[in-house]
Ligand binder design. Structure first.
Ligand SMILES: [Zn+2]
Length: 292
């Protein structure tokens, strides 16, 4: 009896230590924000370290178990991460539901070659205002998950929001001081970033990089380049760039790589701010290359 009681107590203590409020976060940018929010409290685990796109995510059995056994899973909801929807459970927190998150409608396309089932653009994290909303959402939930450390979590969230606002002001100023040029994007992911700083792309190759593009889209883009409406093309690490390579060599137009998920960066607290800053650098680099 005593032995059994003892082993039960030991088990609960040990298991309490082992699984003490595990926080799992679905994607790199959100994981970065969660790491800052939870600094000194716990280290959140990145669920999909190798995912190159939020449009197509596949959970391995070990990752599905990790998500199942976590105390909390922070994710961006079925609109942004549709493939994860089948795994969601009551301990999953869709932080995109925070009331301050700004959603933008999918841009109108002349052709119907690619269609999302949703009418809302999923790339919400690329607006720093949304970054702040996601911080608020995770801080509120983490404060109830770790009630003893709620004040630490609040301080972390406030500090992070100050840094996000600083970056936002810096970017706004840099864009204000720079001449705007036309540009084209290979993946229609940047509407949130563009809207924030008053930018507009002249041509878009593909709504979803994994679904490819259409001859119609390629022709529109080639026309825009031929008419010298664009100074550069934006590509991404995950994109197959056969078409971009062809356009690049045919029209001698620079191709600049943007990395909207921070795929080429080490996961962690700095990733989010760095990836947004690097997107700003990419746009400014394009504008400096020059064609009007
Ligand atoms: Zn996308």
């Amino acid at each position: 009896m005593f032995a059994r009681l003892f082993s039960l107590i030991t088990l609960s203590v040990v298991s309490g230590l082992v699984i003490a409020s595990t926080i799992v976060v679905s994607n790199r940018p959100l994981h970065s924000l969660a790491t800052s929010v939870l600094e000194g409290v716990t280290t959140p685990i990145l669920l999909l370290p190798n995912s190159q796109s939020l449009h197509f995510q596949n959970l391995k059995p070990s990752q599905a178990l990790l998500a199942r056994d976590a105390d909390r899973v922070y994710w961006l909801g079925p609109l942004v991460e549709p493939e994860l929807s089948t795994f969601q459970a009551t301990h999953w927190v869709d932080v995109s539901l925070h009331p301050s998150v700004i959603w933008r409608p999918i841009r109108a396309w002349g052709d119907q070659d690619q269609s999302y089932t949703s009418t809302r653009d999923p790339h919400i994290w690329l607006d720093l205002e949304n970054g702040k909303a996601l911080v608020h959402a995770m801080a509120a939930d983490a404060g109830t998950t770790f009630p003893d450390q709620a004040s630490q979590i609040n301080v972390n969230a406030r500090n992070l929001i100050v840094r996000i606002e600083q970056l936002d002001r810096t970017l706004a100023k840099r864009f204000e001081d720079s001449a705007r040029r036309g540009y084209a994007v290979s993946h229609d992911a940047y509407q949130y970033f563009e809207a924030r700083y008053g930018l507009t792309s002249k041509a878009i190759l593909s709504r979803d990089p994994h679904a490819g593009t259409s001859a119609f889209r390629v022709r529109l883009m080639a026309d825009a380049i031929a008419k010298a409406e664009v100074s550069c093309l934006f590509s991404e690490p995950a994109l197959s760039s056969r078409i971009l390579k062809r356009l690049e060599s045919e029209y001698a137009i620079p191709v600049i790589e943007l990395d909207p998920l921070g795929f080429a960066r080490a996961p962690g607290a700095e990733l989010y701010l760095e990836l947004i800053e690097a997107i700003g650098d990419g746009f400014l680099d394009c504008f400096q290359r020059g064609k009007p």
